[in-house]
Design a binder for this molecule. Structure first.
Ligand code: SPV
Ligand code: MG
Length: 558
């Protein structure tokens, strides 16, 4: 079932027993707060909308400027919005356009008052009051009713007879004339400190249409009192604005005096409160859903410093990353996959034959001590790049971009890609010796005997390394990992602590931290109580570790 229109909702409020509480709002945020507080509807206050432009309520803002503010309020809330249209911004002809524009903006109804144009706020002292003749205003009401498209659209006619000091009889005459002209409700305004003149009015009212009150000056009255007297809509027109001004003023005095933000901490909204109000959670959900995964806010760090004899003589004159497979080097293939996922910020840590790696649009760090240092040292040469989300890549893997897409969707602070096809076949000691796979034990191994089904939430890493018993492993790390800003922070902290604690001692599977592999640091993160989530994949990647791998890559890669 679709939502009833705003106008239909307002009609329901008018029909429903008891008073409807309407809050005067001056912008979209205050409208939102009104809705959150449980008010039935929003009064888009001309007084308030002018005030937040630091202007008096005197038809100084144009219709379109006012409408612009009203439009934002309508967009911000689900409850109906009533547009305060002053005198309709002109004569009956202007009123017709006002109705068309306000209706198009999605307001539930409007209110037009019998002030002349330009108006003066009802409360300004010492201002000469002039009202348009009653029959002129009645025709404006008729024009409004003729202009509306939605039959539920509500036109409230407002009389300022009491404000002008013209008494109860004039107020009643005008209210009746406006009701007879088709007004759906009549707002009768008063600036007395007591309810007396309005009570007299209400007692004499024959109920030909509902009444509306704005108890600003007779502020002691309750909505129930007003309802008992016959009022249907009760508009608290400017209390939100005045609350804001008073709160801002007093906080600002303190802030100026003390000149330190913490001095006002206890009386200001927290930032998360504001984020919630303005819809940051929706923004984040939509970013996840609709933006290219990854994007410009991720840096990819490719570790390409090492030298391994196993690929000689292929790597005699170039690092592994620069081996060519069907016209493209491994590194070019990686950059292509990263770019495809919107990742343009790419860092390569070079070492062995570094002059051979000089692709454009890549930033470089050099590990000139690559012969006696390990992956961790190479990675931390690029530590400057780790102050936000980043990807970690071995430089000798070729992978399907869909694996990267899946990794980029991970919400975990530290995620590694694990190939669950590992357990499908037995692995020979010969294979294990030459390939040295990074084996993984997770908290949730795939069930044996069933073809692997990927988990939604990545299982937590328990053990990782090359020396794990192959039978205990339930996956293989493919050399692709992602760290959120917090994850990167944890990585750096654990590394710093390890430098203190391990110094030149063995570090997990490595003889020392200096020689340690990336997997050793992952194991240390787990040992320190950190969580490493395993993003599952099933094949779709190749590692070039041996000559046989290289041949296989030629055979498999398109
Ligand atoms: C407004 O809020 O703009 C109103 C109510 O019209 S009053 O200010 O009391 O006139
Ligand atoms: Mg007004």
């Amino acid at each position: 079932m679709s939502m009833p229109s705003a106008a239909a909702q307002l009609r329901t409020l008018l029909r429903r027993p008891g008073p409807a509480l309407v809050l005067g709002s001056h912008d979209a945020l205050s409208a939102k707060l009104a809705e959150e507080a449980g008010f039935d509807a929003v009064w888009a206050s001309g007084f308030g909308i002018s005030a937040v432009s630091a202007l008096p309520d005197a038809n100084i803002l144009t219709m379109s400027e006012t409408l612009d503010a009203v439009h934002r309020m309508v967009d911000a809330v689900q409850i109906p919005v009533i547009g305060d249209c002053d005198n309709g911004f002109g004569n009956a002809i202007n009123v017709m356009r006002t109705v068309a524009e306000y209706e198009r903006a999605g307001v539930a109804g409007i209110c037009i008052e019998d002030n002349i144009f330009p108006k003066r706020c009802s409360f300004y002292a010492g201002v000469r009051r002039e009202l348009v003749p009653a029959d002129e205003h009645a025709r404006k009401v008729q024009a409004a009713k003729a202009a509306q498209r939605d039959p539920d659209f509500v036109v409230i006619a407002r009389t300022e007879a009491f404000i002008a000091g013209w008494g109860t009889q004039e107020a009643l005459d005008r209210a009746r004339a406006y009701a007879d002209a088709g007004a759906d409700a009549v707002l009768v305004h008063s600036k007395l400190a007591t309810f007396d003149e309005l009570r007299e009015f209400a007692n004499a009212w024959d109920g030909r249409c509902p009444l509306v009150a704005v108890p600003t000056t007779y502020a002691g009255i309750t909505a129930d009192d007003l309802a008992a007297a016959g009022f249907k809509l009760v508009i608290f027109a400017n209390q939100a604005l005045r609350a804001a001004v008073k709160a801002m003023r007093s906080a600002l005095v303190t802030l100026k005096q003390e000149a330190r933000p913490a001095a006002v901490d206890d009386r200001i909204a927290t930032l998360p409160e504001i984020y919630e109000l303005v819809g940051v959670p929706d923004l984040q959900a939509n970013e996840q859903k609709f933006l290219l995964p990854g994007g410009h806010e991720v840096t990819a760090i490719i570790i390409a410093a090492g030298f391994e004899e196993s690929l000689l003589p292929l790597t005699e004159d170039r690092p592994k990353a620069m081996l060519e497979i069907k016209g493209q080097t491994i590194l070019e293939r990686q950059i292509h996959a990263l770019n495809e996922c919107g990742i343009k910020d790419i860092v390569v840590v070079r070492g062995y034959k570094k002059e051979q790696i000089n692709l454009p649009n890549v930033r470089y760090y050099d590990n000139d001590r690559f012969l006696d240092t390990g992956e961790i040292v190479s990675l931390f040469l690029a530590e400057r790049e780790m102050n936000r989300r980043f990807l970690f890549l071995y430089s000798d893997i070729i992978f399907d971009p869909s694996i990267l897409e899946k990794l980029l969707k991970s919400q975990a602070d530290i995620s590694i890609v694990v190939d669950r096809a590992w357990g499908d076949h037995p692995h020979t000691p010969e294979e294990l010796r030459s390939r040295k796979p990074d084996l993984v034990v997770t908290a949730q191994p795939p069930q044996k005997g069933y073809r692997f089904l990927p988990t939604v939430e990545g299982a937590a890493l328990v053990n990782i390394g090359r020396q794990l018993a192959a039978e205990t492993a339930d996956g293989e790390f493919i050399g692709l990992a992602m760290f959120s800003e917090e994850g990167a922070q944890l990585l750096r902290t654990v590394y710093r602590q390890s430098q203190q604690r391990f110094q030149s001692n063995a570090f997990h599977e490595a003889v020392s931290l200096k020689r340690a592999a990336f997997t050793d640091l992952l194991q240390e993160i787990v040992a320190c109580g950190g969580t490493v989530a395993c993003v599952d994949t099933y094949k779709g990647w190749l590692e070039i570790d041996t000559f046989e791998d290289y041949q296989r890559a030629w055979a498999k890669v398109k």
